[in-house]
Design a protein around this ligand. Structure first.
Ligand code: NZQ
Ligand code: ZN
Length: 391
């Protein structure tokens, strides 16, 4: 295992009754707040009214930026920075899923950069300072509530790229599983697939001695496999929503990749699908992951994939490692398709072969020429994985 430092300083307030503590938490960092949210779900579920009530009661000044899109766009960050500067705001409260939180992170950093926010995303500018952020999570998926990163789309250049800075890690996050009761079937399933994908991106590595981290990863995967279908069938099952919510934070808060190198190969391929087709992130990951695993299956990876099936899906080992590894991949595919009701082909989500080549080239370029990982993926490899995902 490699040396590492692990430090996440997000205070998590997990449970049903922490909204009353919101003013106290905010006032540790600021008193003029930008509230950010998406297309309106927080109003439908009554959360918006509750938040406004506690802020007003505590006499906290606020401005709002609503309408942040899924696959959030850089334009909204420009708007947010403008509101912050015009009103001299000093804190951001993000209420929503990953899109709202990611966009808020960009606003937080871009406020102190004298350039267009997109320059941060394309690494021409660096975040050296950021407004403090607090979050109220409403969708369990990305882990943005407890990590430093964000992913932003620029529709003009058809790019969807990640950025990150320790300065943009949320100071606190309120996680009330009840706020996720209203998440529909598609986004619940996509969220579970995203959590599983984050876990698998950290898990599928070779010979790094990170035994403990991999057993923790398996626990997170098993939690998703157990509670994902329960949440779909009974959206107001508290324990299902709670376990999935807590899993979302732990899958990507840095714990699972302590002491090892990880590569996030499937995410690199998926971000192109979202950039070109505005596809829901977790759906793209679910479609690509089994095809990716099939593509990298060979003598060097067979044990890793077989162990995954045995430890996570209780596959019964046989004398043929390759048969077992194929069964493991099949079990994952079947879980997404049968139990989480995820459309498992690109065709079903409206993607044909028109842009596959261009997307494959871009995925490779964005990763610096090839996607590194357990197996290096050239643009030809990526194209093959996309093609295998079509039908
Ligand atoms: O916009 P509203 O009306 O709020 O509706 C949203 C949106 O339509 C809805 N929703 C959220 N909470 C709800 C709800 N509907 C009913 N009840 C609730 N309680 O769900 C839809 C999707 O929301 P979004 O925030 O886009 O979903 P998610 O949390 O999955 O975030 C996806 C984004 O995060 C990025 C993805 O690429 C994508 O852009 N990621 C961020 C990461 C990070 N920061 O570390 C890592 C991930 O790998 C990922 O790339
Ligand atoms: Zn993801």
């Amino acid at each position: 295992m490699k040396d590492f430092i692990w430090n996440v300083d997000t205070k998590i307030m997990f449970g049903k009754d922490f909204l009353k503590d919101l003013p106290n938490e905010i006032q540790k960092y600021g008193d003029r707040v930008l509230i950010t949210y998406g297309g309106g779900s927080i109003k439908t579920i009554g959360l918006y009214d509750k938040v406004i009530k506690v802020l007003k009661k505590a006499n906290i000044f606020y401005k709002e930026l609503g309408g942040i899109e899924p696959n959030p766009r850089v334009e909204s960050a420009r708007e947010g920075v403008k509101i912050v500067r015009e009103n001299d705001l000093n804190f951001i409260l993000a209420i929503g899923g990953g899109s709202v939180i990611d966009l808020s992170k960009l606003i937080a950093g871009a406020t102190f950069v004298d350039a267009d926010p997109w320059k941060i995303v394309i690494k021409e500018e660096k975040i050296e300072k950021a407004l403090p952020i607090g979050t109220i999570l409403t969708l369990a998926a990305t882990g943005s509530e407890m990590d430093a990163g964000g992913v932003i789309t620029n529709p003009e250049t058809k790019q969807k790229l990640g950025f990150g800075s320790p300065y943009t890690t949320p100071k606190f996050s309120i996680l009330n599983p009840e706020t996720t009761y209203s998440v529909n079937e598609r986004h619940t399933a996509a969220g579970v697939a995203d959590i599983m994908s984050h876990t698998m991106e950290n898990y599928f590595t070779l010979n790094d001695g990170a035994y403990l981290q991999n057993r923790l990863a398996e626990a997170i995967l098993k939690t998703c496999i157990h509670y994902g279908p329960i949440a779909l069938n009974n959206p107001t099952n508290y324990d299902a929503r709670a376990n999935i919510m807590w899993a979302s934070s732990w899958a990507i808060n840095g714990l699972l990749n302590t002491g090892k190198d990880t590569n996030w190969s499937v995410h690199a391929m998926e971000h192109e699908l979202s950039a070109f087709y505005d596809l829901t992130h977790g759906i793209g990951l679910a479609i690509l992951t089994p095809r990716f695993l099939n593509h990298i299956l060979d003598d060097s990876t067979v044990d890793m994939i077989r162990d995954f099936g045995i430890n996570v899906f209780n596959i019964r080992p046989t004398n043929d490692k390759f048969v077992d590894a194929k069964k493991s991949i099949g079990a994952l595919h079947e879980f997404f398709e049968q139990q989480m009701h995820i459309p498992m082909t690109l065709e079903e989500v409206g993607i044909d072969d028109e842009h596959l080549e261009e997307m494959a080239k871009r995925a490779a370029t964005h990763a610096g020429g090839t996607i590194k990982g357990v197996k290096q993926l050239t643009s030809e490899d990526i194209l093959e994985i996309y093609k295998k995902s079509l039908y």
